[in-house]
Design a protein around this ligand. Structure first.
Ligand SMILES: *Cc1c(COP(=O)(O)O)cnc(C)c1O
Length: 382
């Protein structure tokens, strides 16, 4: 059995968690502070604010920037649903822009076309750990007076244009769910150089308190606090980040070699900067007539691989075609052709720090055996 994802936990995480249990201090303690300092160092920012999910991190950034009803923020439909949902929480209208191939990031050249007098910002995503085009986004934001938010949930340790992911834009949100490169169980973090923004996020994660020690609530807040046990796991993970990220890069390069002779697949291409490997997503490259045909082949392949104990999943379905978004905004297929074509053809393969050459060879062998059949069947049926 090869899992799609698996956290890499060591004696260090155990030791830190045990320290927390023995200390009796389970929330807002020294491990949260140390975790924040370690995340600020990793991101290259002055401030890091730990919260209990990546979604909470992005939500607080949207609120702290004062975005609300009547405002529009440009974002990408090819992402995890949370990156658009955090705008809806605050009544902000997402303005989707299609993605570019082969990086799958927001197509910066298309942003100008959707700007209106209501556009306040851009929320870009470092999809699968590939940095978005932050130098170009920054130039555009400065020229147009827009705020920039980085959904960096999939890209801890990545960099582009000589700067680390987490330090671009007004603020970045990281997520530490167990399938991410670094995990806390559930958890997230905001990184920023903006002291006022960091202070607002700190206050809002703790019920809008002016001061964590007192029951004076100066703004509407939430309980988005990260607990100490999770922070202890997170601190160990960030301290081990170099090794964890290198192990993922090693497995990615094994895959690249093993799949290089497979004409029915496109393997990931790093189009700029240094990628932080989140998942290993491949794209079916057969000459399908349309997206439905491609998705049929991709889904058949998923089932065949899963039946052999090879964990895999379709990454990502587009956000605008999710039932909730279709119903609320009236999106129909065809709105974002590149994102839809990619979403119909992509699948994530097993990807963990512990995979060995033999594991990767097993996946490549299974792909080689099943790909011709699923692609031929799909094209023959049409
Ligand atoms: C993981 C992830 C998030 C946040 O996820 P949580 O489960 O809330 O921690 C947000 N955006 C993207 C692109 C993600 O991959």
């Amino acid at each position: 059995m090869l899992p799609l994802a698996q956290p890499d936990l060591s004696a260090l995480e155990e030791r830190y968690v045990l320290n927390v249990l023995r200390s009796g201090r389970l929330a807002m303690g020294p491990y949260t502070e140390r975790f924040e300092a370690a995340m600020a160092a990793l991101a290259g920012t002055r401030h890091a604010v730990a919260v209990n999910s990546g979604t909470a991190a992005l939500h607080l950034i949207v609120r702290a920037l004062g975005l609300g009803p009547g405002d529009e923020v440009v974002t990408t439909p090819y992402s995890f649903v949370a990156s658009a949902n955090v705008l809806l929480y605050e009544g902000v209208t997402p303005r989707f822009v299609d993605i570019e191939r082969p990086g799958y990031g927001i197509d910066v050249a298309q942003i100008e076309g959707v700007l209106s007098e209501r556009t306040r910002g851009v929320l870009a995503v470092d999809v699968f750990g590939q940095p978005a085009d932050w130098p170009a986004l920054t130039a555009l934001a400065e020229q147009r007076g827009l705020v920039l938010i980085d959904d960096a949930c999939e890209a801890p340790g990545a960099s582009v244009g000589g700067r680390t992911i987490g330090s671009w834009g007004h603020a970045a949100g990281f997520g530490f769910y167990p399938n991410k490169q670094l995990t806390t169980g559930e958890g997230g973090c905001i990184t920023t150089d903006d002291e006022a923004l960091a202070a607002a996020c700190r206050s809002m994660r703790n019920q809008g308190r002016a001061d964590d020690a007192r029951m004076e609530h100066v703004r509407l807040g939430f309980n988005y606090r990260l607990d100490e046990l999770s922070a202890a796991v997170g601190l160990a993970q960030v301290e081990r980040a170099g090794d964890l990220l290198a192990a993922r890069a090693r497995v990615a390069s094994l895959y690249k070699d093993a799949l290089s002779g497979q004409p029915l697949l496109r393997t990931p291409v790093t189009v700029r900067g240094t990628r932080s490997w989140f998942v290993y997503v491949v794209e079916l490259a057969a000459p399908f007539d349309d997206n439905a045909q491609a998705a049929t082949a991709r889904d058949a392949l998923l089932i065949r691989l899963q039946n052999e104990g090879i964990g895999c999943a379709p990454y990502f379905p587009t956000i605008h075609l999710q039932p909730y978004y279709r119903e609320r905004f009236g999106f129909v297929p065809g709105a974002f052709p590149v994102a839809e074509a990619v979403a119909a053809r992509t699948l994530a393969l097993p990807f963990t720090t512990r995979m060995m050459e033999g594991d990767v060879a097993k996946v490549a062998e299974a792909l080689g055996r099943h790909l011709p059949a699923v692609c031929t069947t799909a094209t023959a049926v049409a």
